[in-house]
Design a protein around this ligand. Sequence first.
Ligand code: MG
Length: 335
Amino acid sequence: MPTVLGFEGSANKIGVGVVRDGKVLANPRRTYVTPPGTGFLPGDTARHHRAVILDLLQEAMTEAGLTSKDIDCIAYTKGPGMGAPLVSVAVVARTVAQLWNKPLLGVNHCIGHIEMGCLITGATNPTVLYVSGGNTQVIAYSEHRYRIFGETIDIAVGNCLDRFARVLKISNDPSPGYNIEQMAKRGKKLLELPYTVKGMDVSFSGILSFIEDAAQRMLATGECTPEDLCFSLQETVFAMLVEITERAMAHCGSQEALVVGGVGCNIRLQEMMETMCQERGARLFATDERFCIDNGAMIAQAGWEMFRAGHRTPLSDSGVTQRYRTDEVEVTWRD
Ligand code: MG
């Protein structure tokens, strides 16, 4: 019964989770929130993570009711993500592993999302839509890799939403995407925006530029409300994501769709995915913000699978990497 401690801090969330054989024993998390109109910068975010990580570790161990003796492995996010936050967390994971004399495991962040989504929802072989502030990918498992069928060719969908929120000075608390979602519910007018699907891939930077310009102009003339803009942006970018997920499902003959990542807890996106799945006779699996948004337990869960399959990360190789593609990891724990 391996028990794995997981550290996550690749962006503005810092989390420490404990997982034992499919049970999440603890999963505390903090979010670095910046003032409206601003984003989070790597150095400031790393400073935030360094300030709270030991408190979080204490909190996780207390909540799980465990001591260091009960932990079998220390998992941490190796990448992808922002450099300085990744380093700040890896240093702590490495130190704890040495102090407690435990094996270390560097985990691919995207695979953490997939394994956590499967654990929580019970999906067995889903086509995965992974959507967040830093990532946008459609993924399916085949022959010992999580293969990327489609992805953004520029910015992530969550980055498009976050940056649009800055233009409208929408609060970043609890997250810009959550506040856009609430405003979108009051939108009445669907504005035509660029729709950019290229085969299995999507692009969001042009849509962002377009709506940034349109926002200033149309709000000044009263042609639309901020709520209309939120509504139109969500409807457009989510339709693109549903389209590429459906294409991947058709290609794979998949009967399961799983949506993970911070944008994955958006209820409107889940509704649109649900409609698509129902029309195909497929099932949609989704989780709530505890497990969708970056957290420590997801790194512990992927670490648990890897640990049982015999993976270990030697200290000499326990660095981080900002670019670490989902399909770089050999998935030896699945048939
Ligand atoms: Mg993520």
